[in-house]
Design a protein around this ligand. Structure first.
Ligand code: S3P
Length: 184
């Protein structure tokens, strides 16, 4: 049975979305402790399923294959009841993924200033979308990617404004504050 918006709120999933470096996995784990619900991280599930790291998948099979696997994993995890699900930064760019997540839960966007995100990820060797860019063009290309995605992130049900110095625990408190009472 799939969960839908008409399902009781405590059975709906909570999806964490945002650009690379937004802290979706860290916040997801903390939220899980607070709400005592299962936690899934779609990148982690993709790595488990393929037996490869995200970088190896991009390198050996290309981005399209990664996106296909990502959509499959999202479709399957969306069948959970009341889970917390951290999505990869690009997942919201696919219409089908959006439809699935909007139907089956609440979407929470961890919104940061792009400069803060870029400083965090610019030297990260485990993120193929970062290291595939020449160092000299990296910031500019990632800024463009963020701009392209921004409007989709903003379609989330709940937007958390994060800022330098905020602790993951404080982000969790804000999410709890904005979630419908029945979910908390
Ligand atoms: C991606 C973000 C990554 C991972 C993959 C592609 C993206 O996840 O899914 O490298 O398109 O932004 P994080 O957002 O967890 O870094």
């Amino acid at each position: 049975m799939t969960v839908g918006r008409s399902t009781a709120p405590d059975r709906q999933n909570i999806y964490l979305v945002g650009f690379m470096g937004a802290g979706k996995t860290t916040v997801g784990r903390l939220l899980t402790e607070r709400l005592n619900r299962p936690f899934y991280d779609t990148d982690g599930l993709i790595e488990q399923r393929t037996g490869k790291t995200i970088s190896q998948i991009f390198e050996k099979h290309g981005e399209n294959y990664f996106r296909m696997t990502e959509s499959e994993v999202i479709r399957e995890t969306a069948k959970s009841m009341g889970a917390i699900i951290a999505l990869g930064g690009g997942a919201i760019m696919h219409k089908e993924n959006w439809q699935v997540i909007q139907k089956t839960g609440r979407v929470v966007y961890l919104k940061w200033d792009p400069d803060t995100l870029l400083s965090r990820i610019v030297s990260d060797k485990s993120r193929p979308l970062v290291f595939r860019e020449k160092a000299s063009q990296r910031r500019e290309r990632l800024e463009q990617l963020f701009e392209k995605r921004k409007a989709n992130y903003e379609r989330a049900d709940i937007i958390i404004n994060c800022h330098e110095g905020i602790f993951p625990g404080e982000i969790v408190e804000q999410i709890l504050y904005f979630l419908p009472e029945a979910i908390r």
